[in-house]
Design a protein around this ligand. Structure first.
Ligand SMILES: [Zn+2]
Length: 167
């Protein structure tokens, strides 16, 4: 695990993400250095597409080719169709704030941060995104318009954030 972390730290500079090659499978994998919201992401061999999307400023979901349902974070299988015939779908990155919570008691890996806000937004495409909320949590209210921005964290890697839209 330590070796993976070191490799990931190196790769932050190269790829913009904490990724490392898994020695057993040879596949690129995300090294969980900080709290992430990618728990249900599709299998490792397809994860790269998602990261490359982020790097290009795109937030990618998967879409079931049979029923058209969207999944974010991307999933490999559609639970309705019991099928894994999925395609990538670029989300519009705009939606409505549903709820938020401020995290005062932070896990050790987040000790470098001030208390932060985790929010859930429902995008206009219909999927929900859980991510950090940028800005003052006192100044936002559920139902207000938000957008998703892809930004670099202190550690130098890219992550998507929920950002209130003015007006
Ligand atoms: Zn389906």
């Amino acid at each position: 695990m330590e070796d993976l972390r070191k490799a990931a730290e190196t790769n932050i500079k190269e790829y913009g993400f904490p990724v490392a090659i898994d020695e057993k499978s040879g596949a690129l994998q995300w090294v969980d250095m900080r709290e992430l919201h990618l728990k249900y992401i599709i299998s490792i061999e397809n994860i790269q597409e998602f990261f490359e999307g982020l790097r290009d400023g795109k937030l990618l979901a998967t879409k079931c080719k049979k029923c058209g349902e969207l999944f974010f974070p991307p999933q490999k299988d559609c639970p309705t169709c019991m099928d894994s015939d999925m395609e990538w779908f670029e989300l519009k990155k705009e939606g409505v704030l549903e709820t938020l919570t401020v995290i005062f008691v932070r896990p050790p890996s987040f000790s470098a941060y001030e208390p932060y806000t985790v929010a859930i937004a429902k995008l206009d495409d219909g999927v929900r995104v859980t991510a950090w909320l940028r800005g003052d949590p006192q100044k936002v209210r559920p139902g207000q318009r938000v957008k998703i921005e892809i930004a670099k964290r202190k550690e130098g890697y890219l992550m998507y954030e929920i950002v209130p839209v003015e007006g």
